[in-house]
Design a protein around this ligand. Structure first.
Ligand SMILES: C[S@@+](CC[C@H](N)C(=O)[O-])C[C@H]1O[C@@H](n2cnc3c(N)ncnc32)[C@H](O)[C@@H]1O
Length: 257
């Protein structure tokens, strides 16, 4: 049985999905998120109804990633630099875009936020940028993983990015190689770091989620992978099938090349 149909349409990309056919107007809601470290208040606009690509939720991975960004934004000993301050940041599959919106508050010099090129998703992110007064450093654009990334780097003065953010994307197994190809194109060689935070939403597919990192380390991509976080925060949806401890834990990894 197909992994995406085994439990209804959980995380399936509908076969007939066509963003052009969807209306550009939809009901939205605004959620105020207060970061747990420095208490930044961030207003996040999302679609009020379920979107078939899951960009309507603020996923646990993005909340744990927000903590990680705040915790690593200080200059440290041994010439360690703040992770975000004065750095360029790119986010893939941003949905609510919490990490990107926070990076603007944390002093990033440039933030490029991307999501699937569906005007409804992109308009929500643009609205969030506007109401958080972050338009001076943030650009928002549609981007399909695996496509040419020149438009993204051109928004950063033609340069690759210091930090690339992937929050809750590895469940999409068929897209691993495309996502990694995009990371490879946009991440600065040597000093750049990609932050990959996620939850195993389907405990019976943990190995398939983790294949992302095997492929990342393969000769084809040549990334160095390091585990940097693991935190139990509780499951997003209690009623979903499978072990709650697994579904409620967020994992964080870095990729470098
Ligand atoms: C589970 S949501 C995660 C949203 C957000 N990053 C978070 O952590 O709250 C997955 C996101 O990936 C995006 N996405 C799915 N397939 C994509 C593709 N092929 N190219 C670009 N974005 C895609 C969806 O639109 C959605 O915003």
């Amino acid at each position: 049985m197909d992994e995406n149909t085994e439990f209804g349409d959980l995380f399936a990309l509908p076969q007939d999905y066509d963003s052009d056919k969807e209306s550009s107007v939809d009901t939205t809601k605004t959620t105020r998120f207060t970061t747990s470290r420095n208490q930044w208040a961030i207003d996040i606009v999302t679609l009020a109804k379920k979107h078939s690509l899951w960009g309507h939720e603020i996923w646990n991975a993005s909340k744990v990633l927000a903590d990680y960004l705040e915790d690593h934004n200080k200059d440290g000993d041994n010439n360690e630099q703040a992770l975000i301050r004065n750095k360029s940041v790119l986010e893939f599959g941003a949905g609510g875009a919490l990490p990107s919106l926070l990076c603007a508050k944390l002093g990033a010099k440039k933030v490029v936020v991307t999501d699937y090129p569906d005007i409804k998703l992109i308009n929500c992110i643009k609205k969030s940028v506007e109401i958080n007064n972050s338009g001076n450093v943030v650009d928002v654009t549609g981007y399909l993983w695996g496509r040419d990334s020149q438009e993204l780097t051109s928004l950063n003065g033609g340069e690759q990015f210091d930090v690339v953010i992937l929050s809750d994307l590895v469940f999409n197994h068929s897209e691993h190689k495309k996502l990694l190809a995009s990371c490879k194109q946009v991440l600065k060689k040597g000093t750049g770091v990609a932050l990959v935070f996620f939850t195993h939403h389907r405990p019976w597919l943990v190995d398939k989620d983790m294949d992302f990192f095997k492929v990342a380390e393969s000769e084809e991509f040549g990334f160095t992978v390091e585990e940097v976080a693991s935190e139990y925060v509780g499951p997003m949806f209690k009623e979903d099938p499978g072990d709650e401890t697994i579904r409620g834990t967020v994992h964080g990894y870095t990729l470098r090349h």
